[in-house]
Design a protein around this ligand. Structure first.
Ligand code: MN
Length: 720
């Protein structure tokens, strides 16, 4: 048995395999494809297609399509193996071991693309899906194999259930047809489009198909009447040509009937005459010849050779009036252009040589090359670039929702970004995420094609920790906005408290509404903004009051009762002693008004004798040569003696407040000697209490306890 003959125990497989091998020219190619065939036959040996044929027949058919498209041997071998990893126990490592890294790379690419293809039940987002498809494929040849695979699946679709048929046909129409168009695979596009139309509207398809065959006799006469004289004329100019008539695709006729409301009989361009020549110059020569024979329709002439279409399509189109006064479209192009029209940019890739084209880096200059060619009239280079750059830069990923919708995210995105991309509320209340049905942290890095599911909880709130891992600006924007609002809310609350207490203390609480209405005078647009700044300490209430009410000053009006208080407080002491010298004649400083219990220091004045200050007194430090004139003094107090003190309490004028205060004082075992209250407009009150305390410590404790009371704004000891 010759080494390039396959012999399995199935006649169909043998026949198909050997036919495939016979199409290959080089020994090396035959050997590689034979190995792939044998491997594939073995791996798929127990599998059958819905048609009942052995599964491997599909793989051989796909390989044949790729040979039709002039694809390289790596692609053809990969096509034979394209379903082994997906459908059998074979691993990519095994493929790599047996057939090398290139084949393994392509098979892996096809497997990855296959894995996403049926995830999306509705193909609403064909655009995104196409991008995902391209970004997973990484190598254009993966797409080409996938196209051949899809073409064969569509050709054999009648064996599937009606539901499955409709599903696959819809996907073909919405994903594969537009992609084939963009990549310039015109004839594949027509084939796929017609095949899916046959599934989706069998009646419509059949009626057109019938009409075409009915009119074909007549048309073939017309076509022949053109071909013969043209061929003869071209020969005169030594232009070698291949001329044939070609029907428009059924779906393009279908569209004309449906969309333009035309009758089949009224469509003049049901078919076109195609002239294939060797060289570009010959295209223009042939055009000249045609135009000398038939009258061209002026606005129907298109030169896609000078300005190719975005997808790389090149040809000359002209519509002429033939002898019987019919309009006929004539297309003139070279063999290479015809090939490009067949398999689009794949052809371009083939002509550039295959070896260097396998990875993304190497595809970049090739794509640039391609794009520089595609600078034509109705081209959309930005769009084309956008479509293709995913392969090159991989800066986006596509994520499925559980329903099969696709969400586009930047690379490095997390389930939280996904949640925010769906809706701000979903992101803000997101608590848990599942990727491909497995629970993951919210910071998990997603990869292309993941299915993500998130759970929410209405009690969840965004937190600043999320900012550490979200990738999308949408997510961080919403989180930041939320955090900012919380901060503002908080600071407004604090600001409001500061304002109310401060106003009561300054006894101008009744001015609250006045402040609200005059907020613009201190450069605020709204009251909350003012409160927020007050709460954050950006402005000081005292300054605000001084600015708005220059007349109000915290004036301390001395009353006789204050003087009485001082006298009575000091009377508790026997006086001042200095180094044990008692009953010194002293004067008490008016600036700090010391009373028994305060730490004191003596100042030897010029002329006024010894003056008693508190050491913390401000005016003391401003006196000159103060250190030499200071002497240590003590109150001459008998032990256990208590002294009088006076407290000024600012509080809300609410029932029970005074009671709470007096109760607090009583709890501290302190006697109250006198209470005076004064109610202000605006709901605040002043209370003065004179009481006797044992020492400073217990006085301070008392002040603390009263300050803590709910309705009390401030407590201060009064010295004057
Ligand atoms: Mn397949």
């Amino acid at each position: 048995m010759p080494s390039d003959i396959i012999s399995s125990n199935n006649n169909l497989i043998d026949k198909k395999s050997n036919a495939l091998l016979s199409r290959l020219k080089s020994k090396k190619s035959k050997k590689m494809v034979k190995n792939a065939l044998e491997f594939s036959i073995k791996m798929h040996q127990n599998q059958k297609r819905k048609s009942g044929e052995p599964y491997v027949v599909h793989c051989i058919d796909v390989a044949n399509i790729l040979i039709d498209w002039n694809m390289d041997i790596t692609t053809i071998a990969s096509a034979l193996l394209h379903d082994t990893v997906e459908d059998t126990d074979v691993t990519i490592e095994k493929i790599s071991e047996s057939f090398g890294d290139d084949v393994a790379f392509l098979v892996d690419g096809v497997t990855k693309v296959d894995n996403i293809i049926f995830k999306s039940e509705e193909h609403k987002q064909a655009e995104n899906f196409t991008k995902l498809f391209l970004s997973l494929a990484k190598d254009l040849r993966v797409i080409i194999i996938k196209f051949a695979d899809r073409l064969n699946n569509m050709q054999t679709i009648e064996y599937l259930s009606p539901k499955k048929r409709k599903e696959i046909a819809t996907e073909t129409k919405e994903i594969f047809v537009p992609l084939a168009h963009r990549l310039g695979m015109a004839s594949l596009k027509w084939d796929l489009e017609d095949l899916s139309l046959r599934c989706l509207d069998p009646k419509g398809y059949k009626s057109i198909d019938k009409k075409i065959s009915e009119s074909s006799k007549k048309s073939s006469v017309v076509i022949d009447n053109i071909i013969k004289p043209v061929k003869k004329e071209l020969k005169k100019y030594k232009i070698k040509s291949d001329i044939f008539g070609r029907y428009k695709s059924i779906s393009s006729i279908y569209r004309k009937i449906q969309l333009q409301n035309k009758k089949f009989e009224d469509i003049y361009d049901l078919y076109a005459i195609r002239i294939i020549v060797d060289k570009i110059e010959d295209c223009y020569l042939a055009l000249g010849v045609i135009h000398s024979m038939y009258t061209p329709m002026q606005d129907r002439f298109k030169d896609f050779i000078a300005t190719p279409k975005t997808n790389g399509y090149q040809s000359i189109h002209t519509t002429v009036f033939t002898s019987d006064k019919r309009l006929t479209e004539i297309q003139i192009r070279t063999k290479e252009m015809d090939n490009t029209a067949e398999i689009g940019i794949a052809a371009h890739w083939l002509y550039k040589g295959s070896e260097e084209m396998k990875d993304i880096d190497n595809q970049v200059p090739w794509l640039r090359d391609l794009l520089s060619i595609m600078s034509g009239e109705d081209s959309e280079p930005e769009r084309m670039m956008e479509l293709l750059k995913i392969d090159m830069f991989e800066d986006e990923i596509f994520i499925f929702t559980p329903k099969g919708d696709l969400i586009k995210l930047p690379t490095g995105s997390t389930p939280l970004d996904f949640a925010f991309a769906i809706h701000s509320d979903i992101g803000s209340t997101c608590v848990r995420a599942k990727v491909n049905k497995k629970l993951v942290p919210l910071s998990y890095i997603l990869t292309n094609g993941d299915i993500v599911e998130v759970e929410t909880d209405k009690n969840q709130k965004p937190n600043s920790g999320w900012l550490n891992f979200v990738k999308t600006s949408r997510a961080s924007h919403v989180i930041n906005k939320y955090l900012r609002n919380i901060e503002i809310e908080e600071s407004v609350k604090i600001g409001n408290e500061i304002l109310e207490k401060g106003l009561r203390k300054a006894k101008i609480y009744n001015q609250l509404n006045d402040i609200k209405s005059r907020i613009e005078e201190i450069n605020y647009k709204n009251f909350n903004e003012f409160l927020s700044d007050l709460g954050r300490g950006r402005i000081i209430l005292k300054d605000v009051i001084a600015q708005l009410f220059p007349d109000i000053r915290a004036s301390k009006n001395k009353t006789s009762s204050d003087t009485d208080f001082l006298k009575s407080a000091r009377s508790e002491s026997e006086g001042i002693n200095l180094d044990g010298v008692r009953n010194l004649v002293v004067d008490y400083a008016k600036c700090c008004n010391p009373i028994p219990g305060d730490k004191v220091v003596g100042y030897i004045s010029r002329g006024r004798g010894l003056i008693i200050h508190r050491p913390s007194c401000n005016s003391l430090s401003s006196l000159s040569g103060v250190k030499e004139r200071l002497v240590p003094v003590n109150w001459d107090i008998k032990k256990d003696i208590s002294f009088k003190t006076k407290l000024h309490i600012t509080c809300l004028d609410k029932a029970g407040t005074l009671h709470e205060i007096t109760e607090t004082i009583a709890k501290e075992n302190i006697n109250i000697l006198d209470v005076k209250t004064d109610v202000n407009i605006g709901g605040s009150a002043d209370i003065w209490i004179v009481c006797t305390v044992r020492d400073l410590k217990s006085l301070n404790n008392l002040i603390k306890s009263i300050t803590k009371l709910k309705n009390v704004d401030a407590v201060e000891r009064v010295f004057s």
